[in-house]
Design a protein around this ligand. Structure first.
Ligand code: PBG
Ligand code: ZN
Length: 324
């Protein structure tokens, strides 16, 4: 007798499905990005990122409180400084919004894991991620500045620093500077695999970090390449990275899978601004079921191999997961 193979038996009820489910999504997977600005009592919605805000430090504390109450383990802090110059010196100014926010949040919520984004593009007058030499970003001069940014964030109380600049050798430079300053326990989440992507558009509006000339293709990766991703991972691992990030997430899940297969380090993905904005726009038009789309998308990132997800959906997703 011909026997029909019946995989549907493993889908017959929620109980069975839950027993055989391979991947899970939890509030403990999330990192919530916040944008801090100078001033007081500032809470302005970012038009390109509906549901996300420019926050002064006092307002950022309220958001941190919400993050903690939802059980989200971590925030990543981005800043818009009070001033910009050629070398981005407000990036390591202890009175800048990022350093002030890190300090205030750490004091009030010591258990919350605070990650500082280490880059210069929000702080330079030209909007590039490093110090210029003519039209070109000078790699080795930039390393010295990035090290200062990382140390200033560690000094403010950051648990981790996350360099997003894509200079060569930055992980080693930052590790050395942190160690020399007594911050051996501050970890480095490296944006090891960061592509030159159109998906960062809404973030650049939010962070006022659009390059004033040219683009970032001489430092961020070519979207056509995957072997290069593995090379970046190997280098950052050798330089002492603690966590490897792949960014963007959604259209790079093949890369996440490959990176997962080659590193023993935890893998983070950044569900970037353009990915978020597309979902929000379609949802606002009633074209998609936002909750289901978001939870399915985040789950797919876990399935591809991510251990953690940096996402603007974190607050909503945390609430939806708690309902289930
Ligand atoms: C800055 C930085 C960017 C993002 C994080 N850090 C933008 C860029 O490289 O242009 C993108 C985040 C997002 O789009 O959500 N180095
Ligand atoms: Zn940058």
């Amino acid at each position: 007798m011909k026997q029909t193979l019946r995989p549907r038996r493993m889908r017959i009820s929620e109980g069975v499905r839950s027993l055989v489910r391979e991947t899970s999504l939890s509030v403990k997977d999330f990192v919530y990005p916040i944008f801090v600005v100078p001033g007081e009592k500032v809470k302005e919605e970012i038009s390109s990122l509906p549901g996300c805000y420019h926050l002064s430090v006092d307002e950022a504390l309220k958001v941190a409180e919400e993050v903690v109450s939802l059980g989200i383990p971590s925030v990543e802090v981005f800043g818009l400084p009070a001033y910009k110059d050629e070398i981005g010196s407000s990036a390591w100014d202890m009175t800048s919004p990022v350093q002030q926010a890190i300090k205030a949040i750490k004091e009030k919520f010591p258990e919350l894991v605070i990650i500082g984004d280490v880059c210069l593009c929000q702080y330079t007058s030209h909007g590039h991620c490093g110090q210029l030499c003519g039209q070109y970003v000078d790699n080795d001069e930039t390393l010295k500045l990035l090290a200062k940014v990382a140390v200033s964030q560690a000094k403010a109380g950051a648990d981790m620093v996350a360099p997003s600049d894509m200079m060569d050798g930055r992980v080693a430079a930052i590790r050395q500077a942190l160690d020399e300053s007594g911050y051996q326990n501050v970890s480095i989440m490296s944006y090891a695999v960061k592509y030159a992507s159109a998906y960062y558009g809404p973030f650049r509006d939010a962070a006022h970090s659009t390059p004033q000339f040219g683009d970032r293709r001489s430092y961020q990766m070519d979207p056509a390449n995957s072997r290069e991703a593995l090379k970046e991972v190997a280098l950052d691992t050798a330089e002492g990275a603690d966590i490897i990030m792949v960014k963007p997430a959604l259209s790079y899940l093949d890369i996440v899978r490959q990176v997962r297969g080659t590193t023993h380090l935890p893998v983070a993905v950044y569900n970037v601004s353009g990915e978020y904005a597309m979902v929000k726009a379609a949802a606002a038009n009633g074209w998609i079921d936002e909750k289901r789309i978001v939870l399915e998308t985040l789950l797919s990132m876990k399935r591809a191999g991510a251990d953690m997800i940096i996402t603007y959906h974190a607050l909503d997703a945390a609430r939806w997961l708690a309902e289930k």
